[in-house]
Design a binder for this molecule. Structure first.
Ligand SMILES: [Zn+2]
Ligand SMILES: [Zn+2]
Ligand SMILES: [Zn+2]
Length: 373
């Protein structure tokens, strides 16, 4: 496709007339944010009336339900109840923190199903519900598997991760997600240093002097997050988390790791890469570093943009390209906590996929891994 047009809003080169994909997504998001309370009420009632259509991703109901959750952070017990009754289990985040009767309904169906696919869906919904009874039940399923377990790839404790938590061999909970989410927003010159100080408490793609031992290109602090900023107090980190890797090789690695100190130092210790070629190059690195992303002023709902990939976020839930993946800490062996997602196409038009950044607060290790379709 020839990119012989320009987006009428941002000027990005595109292959057709009108708005580019990013401006279109922004436009749609803005419309959802403009919905009045009455409009939202109307939409919820429409969803309740046609709950059986929720599982059809082409339906207006499916889209509306996702938009209410993603952009407005709206869940309604009445809707969760009718969705359960209609056996609509595809939008598992619909069941996030659902009331006890809905949880019991999910458990009852899990007790009676013999179908692995259905069991998988129900466990995802139960993971989203996520209370202590849901935990005990999934723990019980892990210790005493039902026949359908043979039809699935992973254990219930891995399903629990979809809801942002998991449990260990003793059934003890480990929380993997933060209950707060902030967007990174663009601000002209906002990411530049002022008097040697970084003005935003979050920085992405900050250039470094050390080089990658595999491709020879410069390493990069993909993310620095200063937990001392009031907005980021939910992280519970009294200092700076830095995640460092080679932005070229990370796309060819299972995961990259770095060790950070709270005063802002970071040492990468990544594993092997599948290529020695520096596809990104000096120019590509400079392009990444030239971004003007800063931390947004206001938090957004937890599942913000989990359907599309047009906003980089800190905290909340990731929009996984493939399956949810919580990397195990190379030091203590526990799953790391999900910290941030950076969508490559927002940083460089020629790249696809998402970089997920996680960390182990106990060992002060950060991990980075890449997923794409
Ligand atoms: Zn545009
Ligand atoms: Zn490299
Ligand atoms: Zn650890």
């Amino acid at each position: 496709m020839a990119f012989n047009h320009q987006c009428t809003r941002c000027g990005r080169k595109i292959g057709y007339e009108g708005l580019c994909w990013m401006c279109r997504a922004e436009e749609e998001r803005r419309q959802v944010l403009d919905w009045t309370d009455e409009e939202i009420e109307e939409k919820v009632q429409m969803l309740i009336l046609h709950a059986e259509r929720l599982d059809d991703w082409r339906s207006e109901e499916h889209k509306t339900a996702c938009r209410l959750i993603d952009f407005r952070g709206i869940w309604r017990p009445e809707l969760q109840r009718v969705a359960l009754a209609a056996e609509a289990f595809v939008i598992h985040k619909l069941y996030y923190h659902a009331p006890a009767d809905v949880r019991d309904g999910l458990i009852e169906r899990l007790n009676h199903t013999e179908n692995a696919r259905m069991a998988s869906r129900l466990m995802q919904c139960l993971a989203m519900q996520g209370d202590d009874t849901a935990l005990s039940y999934l723990y019980e399923l892990e210790r005493h598997p039902k026949p359908w377990r043979k039809g699935l790839y992973v254990d219930p404790s891995v399903y629990a991760q979809i809801g942002g938590w998991t449990f260990d061999k003793e059934g003890k909970r480990r929380t993997l997600n933060f209950g707060r989410c902030y967007p990174l927003v663009r601000e002209k010159g906002g990411a530049e240093e002022a008097g040697g100080m970084k003005r935003s408490p979050v920085h992405i793609c900050y250039p470094r002097k050390d080089s990658c031992s595999v491709c020879g290109g410069k390493m990069m602090d993909m993310l620095t997050v200063d937990g001392r900023d009031e907005r980021l107090s939910f992280l519970g980190v009294d200092g700076i988390i830095t995640a460092t890797c080679c932005p070229n090789c990370i796309m060819f690695m299972e995961s990259g790791f770095s060790r950070y100190t709270l005063d802002g130092q970071s040492t990468p210790f990544s594993s092997t890469s599948a290529t020695e070629e520096d596809y990104l190059g000096e120019e590509g690195r400079e392009g990444l570093s030239a971004n003007d992303y800063v931390l947004g002023d206001q938090p957004v709902p937890l599942f913000f943009e989990t359907e599309s990939d047009f906003v980089n976020t800190i905290g909340g839930f990731a929009s996984w390209v493939q399956d949810a993946q919580y990397v195990k800490c190379p030091d203590c062996g526990k799953q790391m906590k999900y910290l941030a997602q950076l969508h490559w196409q927002l940083l460089n038009d020629s790249y696809e996929g998402t970089l997920y950044i996680e960390f182990c607060p106990d060992c002060r290790v950060a991990s980075m891994h890449h997923q794409q379709t």
